[in-house]
Ligand binder design. Sequence first.
Ligand SMILES: [Zn+2]
Length: 369
Amino acid sequence: MSTGYLWHELYGWADTGSGSLFPADPGVGLQPIAHHVAHPDTKRRMHELVVVSGLIDHLQRLQPRHAGEEELLRVHTPEHVRRIRSESRLPKGGDAGDGISPFGRGGYEIATLAAGGAIEVVDAVVQGRVENGYALVHPCGHHAPADTGMGFCVFNNAAVAVKRAREVLGVPKVAVVDWDVHHGNGTQSIFWDDPSVLTVSIHQDRCFPPNSGFGHERGGGAGHGYNLNLPLPPGTGDGGYLYAVENVVVPALRAFAPDLIVVASGMDPNAMDPLARQLVTSRGFRGMTQAVLDVAQEVCGGKVAMVQEGGYSPHYVPFCGYACIETLAGVRLLDDPLFPVVGGMHGHDLEPHQKAVCDEIAELVADIG
Ligand SMILES: [Zn+2]
């Protein structure tokens, strides 16, 4: 069986403007800069590593299509979709919704191609055209709730693909495992009262959005218990992340027994990321991917679709994403050349305060059934 892989050059053409994190504003001392922190070159470099290393020859290329409006509307409000489309026609584009998520003219088409890329990989996995797959899409999606974009996300790509899998392809139960370093608040809110979609977010405690992603946010109504948040302390490395996956994510997936696992795969827990303070290396990403694959073999025939979320170090994101894709494909072609540096940092052993948070959240798995 094969591993699907999807990228489109248009993702690399997303225009994030001349701000750094906030828009450039000389009045408050914010200079313009060549690369916004969410500039798509980070993802383009990951794709080029996949090609240049020869990993591409072990993958089945999938082609994205644009998500249709009716597909976006399964998740988003008509007002949000209309506003993005209309701002996208302006000469200089617009903003996804929070003032720090700029997109250029034509940004609607790039965002629908990102949502459509997630759809294509999820469809291919569900339909058995590939065993598992990786959608290297841009812009990211997991912060976007129904009625707005935020945190560099325009449309919630993974949620759009999951809704289609549920409602069109008839997949009974889907689990979304989000290891982007920031809270998957948009995905949480979209599936808040839906017991057919388990959402699990492992993130840095109160990183972004502010005051979001606490353990007590567990879903509502019939969905109570089907949202798990694991807010890890800053400074958590490979040991803490692997403990979290093995002791919270894997038992939750076993208890829920989904028919499909979607990983919202952010690379920003990496040790060189500018927007968070975790210490994960390519070894950690490899281990987390393998743990999800192993439990997927038990519960859903190995059906895993990974959808790219954040990741802001152009230096290290490519090697972390590469490790995930290699693991999906079951090959090992390239040693991470930066591992001697990031793996040599202290902080990779599980610390008691990290274990305590994981163990507390692990108790909530008992309510999944
Ligand atoms: Zn993130």
